[in-house]
Design a protein around this ligand. Sequence first.
Ligand code: PRP
Length: 206
Amino acid sequence: MIKVALPKGRIGEKALEIFEVFLQEKLCFEDRKLILHKQHFTFMLVRNQDVPVYIQRGVADIGIVGLDVLEEQQSPLVRLLDLKFGKCKVVLGSPNEYLLDFSKPNLKIATKMENITKAFFAKKALSVEIIKLYGSIELAPLVGMADAIVDLVETGNTMRQNNLKIDEVIMEVSAYLVANPNSFYAQKIKILKIRDFFKNMILTKE
Ligand code: PRP
């Protein structure tokens, strides 16, 4: 039995499509159900940020999660494969008309990614004030609550429409296939078979 944690949304749907080809069977969560048993698999539908929790606690053996989440949570999971989809970037951004001045004391940075932000500014030997938010990060500099943001950019539309520019790209992000280290040890052959299948599916799409 392999238990799989999938993130809700497009990335989870894409991963499920690959599992459908792998199992040669239609996979669909009924209505509002969050668990699906098929053949020797159990699929669980969870919030993107919660995927590492399920895997670390061993209730899921493998899962799909964004690199941003892995880096933010410093999750000790086995990174099996870069899936090359769900691509986006973690960026530092600020208002178009604003020349971001790193010498300004206590620059205020709004973000939902506190650890990535801390590590980024620590590397620059700068101390900043981090304002932790849970969403709509782009609003913070518009209303004068922050000087800049560290946030995810996919199409760039949200930043553009809110008159923000990218000052620096901090990290290129994509979805990863990951495993619990104990599960990987105990079910190595099965898990590597899944990894190789995903790898081939991705290569044929490239
Ligand atoms: C994410 C991210 C940006 C937006 C970027 O937010 O935090 O706000 O998507 O996408 P874009 O570059 O394609 O415009 P999400 O939609 O997850 O909502 P949130 O504000 O609740 O974080």
